[in-house]
Design a protein around this ligand. Sequence first.
Ligand SMILES: Cc1cc2nc3c(=O)[nH]c(=O)nc-3n(C[C@H](O)[C@H](O)[C@H](O)COP(=O)(O)OP(=O)(O)OC[C@H]3O[C@@H](n4cnc5c(N)ncnc54)[C@H](O)[C@@H]3O)c2cc1C
Length: 413
Amino acid sequence: MKYDVVVVGGGPAGLGAAVEAKKHGANKVLIIERDRELGGILNQCIHNGFGLHEFKEELTGPEYANRFIKMVEENDIDYMLNTMVLSIEDKKIIALGEKGLIDIEAIAIVLAMGCRERTRGAIDLAGYRPAGVYTAGAAQRFMNMEGYMVGKKVVIYGSGDIGLIMARRMTLEGAKVEAVVEVNPHSSGLTRNIVQCLDDFDIPLLLQHGITYVHGKDRVTGVTISKLDSNRNPIEGTDREIECDTVLLSVGLIPENELSSDTGVELHNTTKGPVVNNKMQTNVDGVFACGNVVHVHDLVDFVTKESRIAGRNAALYVLNKIENNETVETEAGDGIGYIVPQQIDTKLGEEVNLFMRVRNIYSNRKLVVRDGDEIILQKKRPHMIPSEMENLKLSAELIKNLKGNISVCVEEA
Ligand SMILES: Cc1cc2nc3c(=O)[nH]c(=O)nc-3n(C[C@H](O)[C@H](O)[C@H](O)COP(=O)(O)OP(=O)(O)OC[C@H]3O[C@@H](n4cnc5c(N)ncnc54)[C@H](O)[C@@H]3O)c2cc1C
């Protein structure tokens, strides 16, 4: 089988990229999705809050995904479901579908495999291995898509957005959420989720606390929690046991990048996703990437924004219309964890959105962008937290005049 553009992953990133590739002149576009339907993680996110930027409406996850699935169908884009891409080499893709192995050749590829959750093993949670310990996303899928209630008395470890949303969801389904336990002095979820999912339901958020033991041999019977010092060590005498039958882990997401690295795509140390330029182009010729596989987003609307760039440039690559000019690098300065894209082609003549996360909580500061030593943009920010992605728009004019690498820092306002 031969295609112009093959998109790996049928979540919002893959759907958006495929539609855009088709609209920009790629004739044959294929999406390969390992799950039983298109839509990615959005299918299990049945709460609202999606699409405020993109559609100026408040949609649920499946509604948001469905808008793009319709566009895929209207644009005659092929897709394969229940099919997992196993390897990519020299733009030859090997996938495993219901009827066995499939060979596909592509001119351009868009990587859109999303991310996965960190598990109990990743955080060395002490205790036996009883039933009742789930990642928050697995519990979300069980409850919202398969119709299983995963427990009645719950402790949530980590205050990531999926855990917060599951605290509300389990409460609405009749469970008692005893506490959300967070090792950091601040939540790792969006402020709106703390308010709407915990405060509104009187669920306590225990900051600077850790679960030090999971009790129970066959099924979870409880957890021991302790206060932590500034080095995250348990403080003696602060142990207490909370009775529960379920522990949900919401302790971070990791871009799903085994396929990318096997393909030779350079991964970034901090994001753990591909290093990309402002065309969402990786270091491997004809291979583009977008969405959570590049860096973990907090809002799907920004995933869509990024996927459009990847899809359009994949089509331009197929049409031999993509130019590769010299690039400058973006550097995360003081207070900034990472910036995407990591490289900017200054001759592209387009504005660039820099996405970044700050390292700490900051009040009344500014984000300062420098071209070498020269300040080219500064924006005041009353409040910044690591869990909320920051976004700075550099105009086409600014980009055109860049002389060297650019850096972004957090500074006193
Ligand atoms: C458990 C979970 C819950 C979330 N809940 C929310 C939420 O409530 N609100 C919110 O704004 N954001 C949420 N997010 C973030 C959400 O992931 C993004 O908003 C958005 O869905 C990312 O889009 P994506 O297309 O990059 O990834 P995904 O939606 O994850 O889509 C990636 C797709 O790639 C497929 N895939 C992966 N590898 C392969 C392969 N080798 N072959 C074929 N297919 C493959 C996967 O099956 C999946 O369908 C959640 C994330 C997770 C992990």
